[in-house]
Design a protein around this ligand. Structure first.
Ligand code: NAD
Ligand SMILES: O=C(O)C(=O)C[C@@H](O)[C@H](O)[C@H](O)COP(=O)(O)O
Ligand code: ZN
Length: 363
């Protein structure tokens, strides 16, 4: 008997095309429907780690009559560069890819960010479909249409809003994910818990060890709840003119750490340290109660996510945070909590408060 498939709607407001995030197993049968009747060519962008999956998908699409190509890109953040994007553009150009053809991004968030960006920029925008294969990509990266690449100056500094035509979250993909990558994705799940859906935190806290594996009893529910948080936010504010900024909770410092580590840290690990910082900032700014601030430490630590970073790096991190996309001119802006599930913006905090908050994080 096949398992049920959950369908979560996204978008459809302010002139955007609605689409669905499907969560279940054996979802690849849905792909041709999403590719649509007009496409002749399909490009499957996948990381080295998923070479077999990428090639199997290409072969399957070729059997269905498409001119299918596989574009293999490096694993993780090494794929999110201008050079790799140019490599993909070359592959599309050489295959004669037209405006009715379709990109399929199969992989973690780094791959779906790159594939979506290539789709957004090729011929000024072609259709794309996300097939996320990590927790993080399922609950966050593949949903909402933020696509992009990094530069030496900062994380995701080049990109476009270009929503996918559909997102297929096949839970079976998570079985091959290394535990560190699985746990890294839990940072965005926990973020969704703190900014909008505290039941997520209750479920993780009920058995943090089980939450670290796809075999845990709440895996599907945690993923679906997190997707619903993201879908709700991006449906109301696709281009981040306001409410969408709450999804950046923990990211102001997190992205600065990623840049400082030359993108060798996993995103979720950096966001975990960033959420610890944001909690301390909220507390010191007089916004957040002690119990909710402390809960950040306990839940992040319970699943094995990091809380700390090098104290001596503060001046460099502060510099890096200035190019955060939420900054306006010289004004630094942070997402903090006014309470559980009450995210808000803290503008231009006193530098002494920032340093004191980092004092709790730096080691
Ligand atoms: N666009 C957005 O809204 C958004 C949201 C959150 C994060 N992101 C981005 O997502 C990226 C992080 O994504 P991530 O955590 O998925 O990491 P990732 O894409 O770097 O993947 C981690 C590693 O796992 C490998 N991998 C992927 N799926 C696998 C599987 N099923 N089995 C075995 N190996 C597998 C990858 O090749 C890579 O080596 C960051 O670049 C971050 O900026 C984007
Ligand atoms: O979708 C969003 O909006 C987010 O902020 C989600 C984040 O988890 C994600 O890491 C995003 O890529 C960060 O965006 P950026 O605009 O700060 O680069
Ligand atoms: Zn993120």
């Amino acid at each position: 008997m096949s398992e049920a498939v959950t369908r979560i709607p996204v978008g459809g407001t302010a002139g955007t095309e609605p689409y669905e995030v499907l969560v279940g197993r054996q979802l690849l049968g849905e792909l041709s429907g999403l590719i649509g009747p007009k496409a002749r060519r399909v490009a499957v962008v996948h990381p080295e780690a998923l070479a077999e999956t990428g090639d199997a998908l290409r072969a399957d699409l070729a059997e269905q009559g498409y001119e299918a190509i596989a574009i293999q890109v490096p694993n993780a953040e090494e794929a999110k560069t201008a050079e790799v994007a140019a490599y993909c553009w070359k592959a599309l150009g050489q295959s004669g890819f037209t405006r009715t053809d379709v990109v399929v991004g199969v992989g973690g968030g780094a791959t779906t960010d790159l594939a979506g960006f290539v789709a957004a920029t090729w011929l000024r925008g072609v259709r794309w479909i996300a097939v996320p294969t990590t927790v993080l990509a399922m609950v966050d990266a593949a949903v909402g249409g933020k696509t992009g690449i990094n530069t030496a100056e900062g994380k995701n500094l080049v990109g476009a809003f270009h929503p996918p035509a559909g997102v297929l979250c096949d839970l079976a993909a998570l079985d091959s994910l290394p535990v560190n990558d699985y746990v890294s994705g839990l940072a965005e799940v926990i973020k969704a818990g703190f900014i909008a859906d505290p039941v997520i935190l209750d479920l993780i806290e009920s058995d943090p060890e089980a939450a670290r594996t796809p075999a845990g009893p709440h895996t599907a529910e945690l993923i679906e709840r997190s997707i619903r948080v993201k879908a709700d936010v991006v449906s109301s504010d696709l281009k981040e003119s306001g409410r969408r900024e709450i999804l950046n909770y923990g990211h102001t410092l997190g992205h600065a750490i990623e840049k400082n580590e030359r993108y060798k840290w996993r995103h979720g690990a950096a966001v975990s340290v960033g959420m610890h910082f944001a909690a301390e900032l909220g507390r010191l700014a007089g916004r957040l109660d002690d119990a909710t601030a402390d809960r950040h430490r306990t839940v992040l630590e319970a699943v094995g996510l990091p809380l700390h970073y090098r104290y001596d790096q503060w001046p460099k991190l502060l510099e890096a945070m200035k190019v955060d996309k939420k900054s306006r001119g010289d004004l630094l802006r942070f997402i903090v909590l006014d309470g559980l599930a009450k995210p808000t913006v803290l503008e231009g905090p006193d530098p002494a408060v920032l340093l004191a908050a980092y004092g709790e994080v730096g080691q």
